[in-house]
Structures are given as structure tokens and as C-alpha cells.
Design a protein around this ligand. Structure first.
Ligand code: PRP
Ligand code: URA
Length: 236
């Protein structure tokens, strides 16, 4: 509950939100959506903090993923069913789509628990990729994707879409495996990454908690949150 310190001079005044309208998300003509809900922004401030250790980082990645994936899952097809309540027949809707979650290893693993919390019945595929440190190009090392049905919604999860190279390669791999309906859920991206994904795959929408400023000279997102895999798993 919010405490409004109207007559109490000893309380810290509440700073008005800089964004006056409830623009919790921004969906423009481009194929991306930034989830701007205050709860997400609050958690972003914590996960970005270089003082946040790997245990808390993992928890926050799970929590942020749930918020962003919640938005992305509105792309899922639903069907109407009749449900008998104790009182009457209710017209209800339920998810009618096969959902396939595809984490890009390794950091995408940190988002798996969050999205499976929303769709526990989802099938899960894995795409192993790392960025070559010299070229920043993705190097694929593992692929195990479930059988595709024609309408399955494939949700690629990876905390970072930086140059977009890994995401584009992941979408390439899924389409090659027969996927036709794909969305991407990430935590942080930047204009360069979004442009690359949109250019290669204009049919794929990217959902993110933040569109950051830019890439630095070693292709890290600024301000970003650093190396997501290292921060999730406590490696350096
Ligand atoms: C990170 C991240 C993405 C990729 C993003 O993975 O998790 O997969 O980089 O960069 P891009 O958009 O420029 O391709 P990383 O290569 O660090 O591997 P890791 O997950 O094994 O740590
Ligand atoms: N991979 C990361 O983990 N962070 C970045 O900023 C870019 C790529």
C-alpha cells in the first residue's frame, strides 16, 4: 500500500513518477515491445547493480522473465470451452496452443524457471551458442529442439539480445526445424540488436524489459548488466 505523507514533514516526500501515463509497455510499429511496468523497472534496477550476487541475480532473472513472458504469451492461441461451475455453465477460454520454450545456452537457462512458472506444460528445446570473443559472432555447439507442430508457439529465451547475432541464428535454427510461430523474450536489448532481428526475421516479435542505449566497442550492451551468463552462474 502506498503511504502518502500529506501533513507529515518528517517523512521523505514521494517523488512523482516522471512518466505520467500508465505506459507499462510500448508497442510501436516495429516488431518489439518493451515492458515498462514499474515492478519490472524496479527489478531491473536490482539486477543491473554490479553488487548483486549470483543467487539474487538468478532470482531476479526468474521474476523479470515472468513479467516479460506474461506479455509475450498473449500471442498464444486460445479456445472457448464450457466449464461446469457448482452453479452454472461458464463460458471459459483456455490455451489451445502447443508452447515450446527454447533457451539459448547458457544464459537462457536462467529464464527457464520463470517461463515454466507460467506455462508448466510447455515443451523445452535447447540451442547451445556462444559468442566468439574476437568477432562477436555466434558459434553453435548444440541443438535439441522438440518436434514442431504447425501452430506451436516457440518462445526463445535469452537474457541479452546484443548484436542480435545469437537470436537471429536461433530463429534460423527453429525455422529450419519447422517452426512458423516464434517470439523472443529477453531482459535487456538495444537498438542494434532489435534492428538485426527485425531485418533478418521481420515476422518475429521481441519482448524485453529494457531497450538500452547502445553497444560498446566489444559489443556489450550499455548500460546493460554485464555478462549475463557469468553473473547467473558465478563464473568470470
Ligand atoms: C550471451 C547472451 C546471448 C549473446 C548475446 O551469450 O546470453 O546468447 O551473448 O549476444 P549477441 O546478441 O551479440 O549474439 P554468451 O556468448 O555470453 O554465452 P553464455 O550464455 O554461454 O555465457
Ligand atoms: N552478452 C552478455 O552477456 N552481455 C552483453 O552485454 C552482451 C552479450
Amino acid at each position: 500500500m502506498l503511504y502518502l505523507p500529506q501533513n507529515d514533514k518528517h517523512k521523505t516526500p514521494i517523488i512523482p513518477a516522471t512518466r505520467p501515463e500508465p505506459a507499462f509497455r510500448e508497442r510501436d510499429q516495429a516488431m518489439h515491445e518493451e515492458v515498462r511496468h514499474p515492478c519490472v523497472q524496479h527489478k531491473l534496477s536490482l539486477i543491473r547493480d554490479s553488487e548483486t550476487g549470483h543467487k539474487r541475480f538468478r532470482e531476479l532473472a526468474t521474476e523479470i522473465t515472468m513479467f516479460v513472458a506474461y506479455e509475450a504469451l498473449k500471442e498464444v492461441r486460445i479456445e472457448e470451452i464450457d466449464v461446469q461451475t457448482p452453479l452454472a455453465l461458464a463460458k471459459c477460454r483456455r490455451i489451445a496452443e502447443d508452447v515450446v520454450v527454447v533457451p539459448i545456452l547458457r544464459a537462457g537457462i536462467g529464464m527457464l524457471e520463470g517461463i515454466l512458472g507460467l506455462v508448466p506444460t510447455a515443451r523445452v528445446g535447447f540451442l547451445g551458442m556462444y559468442r566468439d570473443e574476437e568477432t562477436a559472432r555466434p558459434v553453435a555447439y548444440y541443438e535439441r529442439v522438440p518436434h514442431q507442430t504447425s501452430t506451436a508457439l516457440n518462445v526463445i529465451v535469452d537474457p541479452m539480445v546484443a548484436t542480435g547475432g545469437s537470436t537471429v541464428a536461433a530463429i534460423d535454427a527453429l525455422k529450419k526445424a519447422g517452426a512458423t510461430n516464434i517470439v523472443v523474450v529477453c531482459i535487456v536489448t538495444c537498438p542494434e540488436g532489435l534492428a538485426a532481428v527485425e531485418k533478418a526475421h521481420p515476422d518475429v516479435r521481441v519482448y524485453t524489459a529494457s531497450i538500452d542505449s547502445h553497444l560498446n566497442d566489444v559489443k556489450y550492451i550499455v548500460p546493460g548488466l554485464g555478462d549475463a551468463g557469468d553473473r547467473l552462474f558465478g563464473t568470470t
